[in-house]
Design a protein around this ligand. Structure first.
Ligand code: PLP
Length: 364
């Protein structure tokens, strides 16, 4: 009997996921050493984790013992960092896990989930797996939210959840506070993913959770704290949701290494936020420099990356030419993004090399 006969039909008919090429394969294809590659395709932190996190990982205790299922110490440190009581914070194996947990908590088969593409792919990818019905409300040409259309769709479909990303990945813009307030008047729960808030000139919405019973804020240590490979993020939830989240969370979702490294990172927040300022300076450098190339039209960003429209050549071709210079950028084969490229901010040296490669491409 074929697998198809027994597994979920929607999964059997799904197309396969194309994983990103590993650095090793990429380097071999280009005839370069892995160390010569500059990875600017996934908004990772080029400075790596904090020294305290590295030290804590080197002394990792008791990996034969299960981790603290409540991530108690980490949540206390996150409470200090965010100003939100620990009892309203839940940690996950990355913010990605919390997206799934929120869908599990709210969605009954056929319930509507509003997505606002172009945006982070996981909301639209995960929702159907948890039996949600995704309604896409596309952003405007400048990638700002179409709040009227979201409100209308939410009402028409009695939406349970609205996923918003601020600053938005991949376009980089923040959502106006007034727009979010308007959406919070809807009966849907509004999930605001603030994976990049440390890079923005805004405080984020953690304080608002006390005020709105239908607001969830997601954060991660993957980007600003350089822990993407360890998988640790957190959500700030209305008090009423917490007992139910505790019921459904996998008990040992945050592993010991992630827990310990995240704690050490929060104790090293000053240094990490200094690096964030350096990355913001490099992102600003990219915005200014890109605007001077005829082939690129950058959008203003409040994150650690810049999205640009590519003109005069295809974005795919542009990505391939950067790759030949050892620079990996992100191209999306998706509506509204076919002629765009996203490039992460790197170290000053990496940005020097990127700009040199760009001058080469511009010269033909
Ligand atoms: C990177 C990213 C995440 C993933 O966070 P993890 O904590 O690594 O799972 C979530 N949301 C957005 C918008 C991201 O860009």
């Amino acid at each position: 009997m074929s697998d198809k006969a027994r597994i979920r039909r929607d999964i059997a008919s799904m197309s396969a996921y194309t994983p990103t090429t590993s650095l090793e394969v990429f380097a071999e294809r280009l005839g370069l050493a892995v160390g010569d590659l500059i990875k600017l395709d996934a908004n990772e932190n080029p400075f790596g984790p904090s020294p305290r996190a590295i030290e804590a990982l080197a002394r990792l205790p008791n990996i034969n013992v299960y981790p603290d299922p409540e991530s108690g110490r980490l949540r206390e440190l996150l409470a200090d960092y965010t100003g939100v009581p620990a009892k309203q914070i839940l940690c996950g194996a990355g913010a990605d896990e919390l997206i799934e947990l929120i869908l599990q908590l709210f969605i009954e088969p056929g319930d509507c989930v509003i997505n606002t593409p172009p945006t982070f792919a996981m909301y639209g990818f995960d929702a159907p797996l948890y039996h949600g019905r995704v309604i896409d409300v596309y952003r405007r040409a400048d990638f700002s939210l179409d709040v009227d259309a979201i409100a209308a769709a939410a009402q028409q479909h009695s939406a349970k959840l609205v996923f918003l990303c601020s600053p938005n990945n991949p376009s980089g813009g923040l959502i106006d506070a007034a727009d979010i307030r308007r959406l919070l008047d809807l009966s849907a729960t509004i999930v605001v993913d603030e994976a990049y808030i440390e890079f923005a000139e805004a405080d984020g919405l953690s304080d608002w959770v006390a005020e709105y019973p239908n607001l969830i804020v997601l954060r991660t240590l993957s980007k600003w704290a350089g822990l993407a490979g360890l998988r640790v993020g957190y959500g700030i939830f209305p008090s009423a949701l917490m007992p139910h989240l505790w019921k459904i969370k996998q008990p040992y979702n945050v592993n010991i290494a992630a827990d310990i490294a995240a704690q050490a990172s929060l104790r090293d927040a000053d240094l990490l936020l200094e690096r964030v300022r350096s990355l913001v300076a490099q992102r600003q450098r990219l915005e200014v420099a890109f605007a001077e190339f005829a082939c690129l039209a950058p959008y203003p960003s409040q994150a650690n990356f810049v999205l640009s429209r590519v003109q005069g050549l295809s974005a795919e071709d542009f990505r391939d030419r950067l790759a030949r210079a050892g620079i990996i950028a992100r191209y999306y084969n998706k509506p509204r993004l076919y002629d765009h490229i996203r490039i992460s901010a790197g170290t000053p040296h990496q940005v020097d090399r990127l700009l040199e490669a760009l001058r080469g491409i511009a010269a033909g």
